[in-house]
Design a binder for this molecule. Structure first.
Ligand SMILES: [Zn+2]
Length: 128
């Protein structure tokens, strides 16, 4: 588990590659938008966050609070979750549709295909 929180992570690259293959065009890390979404699809009024399960405290194996310093991590996770909620709210208020893809849903090629197909379907279904 890498503790470096960076952009252009491997799962994110995979999502971009797959979306691109499906014909979607997008911008990256829009700094002017709340939360700097990983992927921005202006044509679809949509943004996508590829969330690391650890940092964003997903309810899965990887999102568990570490046993050491657990109070610190609980606080940290809670703050991260609150920030995610705030960011999503701000984006929706500005008319963006907000999609979230969890890293664990990209952990195998089959899961990844399923996750991305789902997002692609939702993007196209409600295109404005
Ligand atoms: Zn997860």
């Amino acid at each position: 588990m890498s503790l470096i929180k960076g952009s252009d992570t491997k799962p994110e690259l995979a999502v971009r590659r797959d979306l691109h293959k499906l014909g979607f065009r997008f911008r990256l890390h829009a700094r002017t938008l709340p939360g700097k979404p990983d992927i921005v699809l202006p044509k679809y009024h949509a943004v996508i966050f590829v969330h690391g399960c650890f940092w964003h405290a997903h309810r899965c194996q990887q999102g568990r609070v570490p046993q050491t310093n657990s109070a610190f991590w609980k606080e940290k996770f809670l703050n991260n979750r609150r920030r995610d909620v705030r960011v999503a709210r701000a984006l929706r208020k500005d008319g963006w549709r907000v999609f979230k893809i969890w890293e664990c849903h990209l952990s195998t090629p089959a899961l990844r295909e399923k996750s991305i197909a789902k997002v692609a379907r939702l993007l196209r279904a409600t295109q404005q």
